[in-house]
Write a protein that binds this ligand. Structure first.
Ligand code: 13P
Length: 333
């Protein structure tokens, strides 16, 4: 198979009706935080148990087309001693891998951050591919205040995101391009819309500069919402604001947009996705790539006990099914 054919096949497997992506690529510090919230200590063993459990959910592939893994999980065996990527492939699910190396302060731009991870990316991708990964994810973050993000932050993060995407495609790995505009703060819906438009515009300019094939990538953005300390907007307001921005700056060539949940509750994330799909014409498939919004109820049900396996899997299956409906605007609460 040529690289082009490989990328095309992966896009077809990932962007499917009634399905979205499960983001299970929490870094060690992040998963420790999530586990602590349900009274579980994060160890190699508990991470293996939990992740093995959720990936073994019967018929998970009905609503999940891909799973984003953290490096440790890609190399782990399930509780039945099956390599995790193989377990996912048996479920009809494409294994993917988070490849950025986290973020840190952007020098000379107080309050902004920059994502690391381009050094050695080719050889890491080669290794991940040999373990079964067919797509990758890289996350940039943008903080909102009256003055943030700076143009310097928008431009530099867009540049690294595009360079990552170009390297992935050259190696036959579908890039998920994730510019996350953070929900933290008390900014208005209008301010979030303004920042999202600036960010996405620069991201697509950079993708163009680096000759990234837009037909063979997936965009993973935030929905446009007010800051989490500013009060809620209705699903219709979120959908309207999000689509107005996206229609201006996201080319129709992009086959799939998979939203992150970014701190919305599981129910809000489903309602907002449903409203987005009911809001008139849009040229892209609008689906989900949720972390917390898919896993929170499952983590609560699990609480570190294998005896809770069935309720853990049922909780994940329920959110996956409801988001599968919202993905075509057929969800009702
Ligand atoms: P959330 O849905 O919890 O925001 O996670 C998605 C993700 O992959 C963040 O990088």
């Amino acid at each position: 198979m040529s690289i082009q054919e490989e990328l095309t096949a992966t896009i077809a497997d990932l962007v499917q009706p009634d399905k979205g992506i499960l983001a299970a690529d929490e870094s060690a510090p992040t998963i420790a935080k999530r586990f602590k919230a349900v009274g579980v200590e994060s160890t190699e063993g508990t991470r293996r148990e939990y992740r093995s459990l959720i990936f073994s959910t019967p018929d998970l592939g009905d609503h999940i087309s891909g799973v984003i893994l953290y490096e440790e999980t890609l190399e782990q065996l399930s509780l039945d001693d099956i390599a995790i990527p193989k377990l996912l492939a048996r479920q009809g699910i494409v294994p993917g891998i988070k490849v950025d190396a986290g973020k840190g302060p952007l020098v000379n731009s107080p309050g902004d951050e920059i994502t690391y991870g381009l050094d050695g990316l080719e050889s890491r991708l080669e290794h991940y591919k040999s373990l079964g990964a067919r797509f990758a994810k890289w996350r940039d973050v943008f903080h909102i205040s009256d003055t943030l993000p700076s143009f310097q932050a928008i431009k530099s993060n867009a540049e690294v995101l595009a360079r990552y995407a170009a390297v992935c495609q050259a190696m036959g790995i579908v890039p998920i391009v994730e510019p996350e505009v953070l929900i933290d703060g008390n900014h208005s819906l209008e301010r979030a819309a303004e920042v999202s438009e600036d960010v996405l515009l620069e991201v697509f300019k950079a993708l163009h500069r680096h000759r990234v094939n837009l037909e063979l990538m997936i965009l993973k953005p935030s929905m446009v919402t007010p800051g989490k300390d500013a009060g809620k907007a209705t699903p219709e307001q979120v959908a309207e604001a999000t689509l107005s921005v996206f229609r201006r700056v996201v080319p129709a060539a992009v086959p799939g947009i998979v939203f992150l949940s970014g701190g919305q509750t599981p129910e809000e994330s489903t309602e907002n996705l449903n409203a987005l799909n009911n809001m008139g014409y849009h040229p892209w498939e609008l689906s989900f790539s949720y972390g917390r919004a898919l896993q929170e109820p499952a983590q609560k049900a699990w609480a570190g006990k294998l005896a809770n396996a069935q309720s853990t899997q049922a909780a994940l299956k329920k959110r996956a099914r409801l988001n599968g409906l919202a993905r075509s605007g057929r969800y009702s609460s």
